[in-house]
Ligand binder design. Structure first.
Ligand code: G6P
Length: 431
């Protein structure tokens, strides 16, 4: 088993102990022996490095963890570069949530205008991480990105650099496969077809013992989302039949648009404000030298099962296992409604050469195809704006989102977002 280095960029994230648990679980099968914990906030980077060292020590796993504020030093010689950054940290997310709401529009971290705002400040930074990794990491190293909005970041990177070794990752498909397994009364993860994009996906097939069972699942009402960060909504069997798939939790913002908007407006705190408080308490816990296991409190965050998504993906590449993972990569013709170069959230077979998309065994209906096409148009415009720094590209993206509203309202919300985040948007020179 070869030993390798992993660079974690944004290691000061309060999610990092989840990731470390994933490495500990696989310590006997995976030679992850050296870590660089990189963060622009060194205080947080050090706290998480300390917590990770104690977790590994408790598990009896011997590793080296170096904490650094220097990206180039962190990626140097790494085989895997994991990007989990939040530009502007939680206060920036809170503005993404609050400003659109003031204009009567959805305020959400990854969906709608809040997601566009997050993408504009995140894409150039993750692209910089890719460039540093290509220059300094081990040849053939992989950049695995979970930074939000993960699918759109992957679209931007792979749109610009189609051959880059980039994988966009999210915990939602793992959570959905686990929910489907529960509905089928089986353990582990169900075998499912996914059709769509990150945070815009549907399960269009669920397979067990060679039989396709989605219509059985959809014949009962289901609650989607099962996520800590999104309210559950109940779908009736008639609605599910019309939709033609099992929707991910983020689709609640589309299918229950008015109710979800009203809820967001009525909440005393945005999700980001709730998370700010959770982060404060989590960091206090992680800083305690007596703590060496992830606290229960971490389960209150929305990213549960992300360690499973991330570290089992690394395991599949490292061990050339051919395991199936649902990840964000170029579609390569698997989804009929997208161009081959468009990034989608796809079931893939993962080997040493990375993820290879697998064909769908079910046909997504026209409803799903149409919504995917329209959000993909938004994503491409958003990616273009993030690189071009042209306000008209950003406005075109905002207007193309299906949850957008009339031009004046969209324009004033976008203008306010862009001036609030001015210092994180250096590419927009004429604002
Ligand atoms: C889910 C999403 C992630 C998102 C997280 C938010 O896991 O897939 O993209 O970052 O929820 O959780 P939070 O606790 O930050 O609201």
């Amino acid at each position: 088993m070869r030993e390798f280095k992993t660079a974690v960029i944004g290691a000061g994230s309060t999610y990092t102990p989840e990731l470390i648990s994933g490495f500990i679980e696989r310590a006997e099968r995976l030679g992850a022996r050296s870590f660089a914990f990189c963060d622009t906030d060194m205080e947080r980077g050090e706290i998480l490095a300390g917590m990770a060292r104690r977790m590994f020590r408790r598990a009896g796993v011997s590793v080296e963890i170096e904490a650094t504020g220097d990206l180039r030093e962190a990626v140097h010689g790494a085989s895997y570069v994991l990007a989990q950054i939040r530009v502007g940290k939680m206060p920036a997310r809170i503005l993404d949530e609050k400003i659109p709401l003031r204009h009567g529009l959805l305020g959400q971290e990854t969906t709608g205008l809040g997601g566009l705002s997050c993408a504009l400040r995140t894409i150039p930074v993750v692209y910089g991480i890719l460039e540093a990794a290509e220059e300094l990491a081990e040849p053939g190293a992989w950049l695995i990105n979970f930074s939000n909005p993960s699918g759109l970041v992957a679209e931007a990177l792979l749109g610009r650099r189609p051959d880059a070794r980039v994988i966009g990752l999210c915990n939602i498909p793992v959570k959905m496969r686990s929910a489907a397994a529960g509905l089928l009364r089986m353990d582990g993860l169900a075998d499912c077809d996914f059709a769509g994009l990150n945070h815009l996906c549907w399960m269009t097939g669920v397979f067990k013992d060679g039989r396709e069972l989605l219509s059985d699942i959809l014949s009962r009402p289901i609650e989607s989302s099962g996520l800590n960060n999104i309210p559950d909504m109940e779908y009736t069997p008639a609605q599910l039949r019309a939709i033609g798939g099992f929707p991910c939790g983020y689709l609640n913002y589309y299918y229950f648009r008015e109710e979800m908007l009203a809820r967001c407006m009525a909440e005393e705190k945005t999700r980001g404000e709730v998370c700010l408080e959770l982060e404060r308490r989590l960091l206090e816990i992680y800083a305690d030298p007596a703590v060496d296991t992830p606290p229960e409190l971490l389960k209150k965050r929305g990213g549960a099962m992300y360690s499973q998504a991330a570290v089992s993906l690394i395991e599949a590449i490292e061990r050339d296992s051919g395991a199936e993972h649902v990840v964000n990569v170029r579609n390569g013709g698997m989804l009929p409604m997208l161009a081959p170069g468009d990034v989608a959230e796809l079931r893939c077979r993962v080997t040493r050469d990375g993820p290879e998309p697998l064909p769908l065994r079910t046909e997504p209906g026209e409803h799903i195809r149409g919504l995917v096409r329209s959000v993909k148009a938004y994503e491409k415009l958003a990616a273009r704006a993030a690189f071009s720094g042209e306000y008209s590209d950003a406005l075109a993206a905002a207007l193309s989102h299906p949850l957008s509203s009339d031009i004046k309202r969209t324009q004033s919300a976008l203008g306010e977002l862009m001036s609030a985040h001015r210092r994180y948007l250096p590419q927009f020179k004429d604002m």
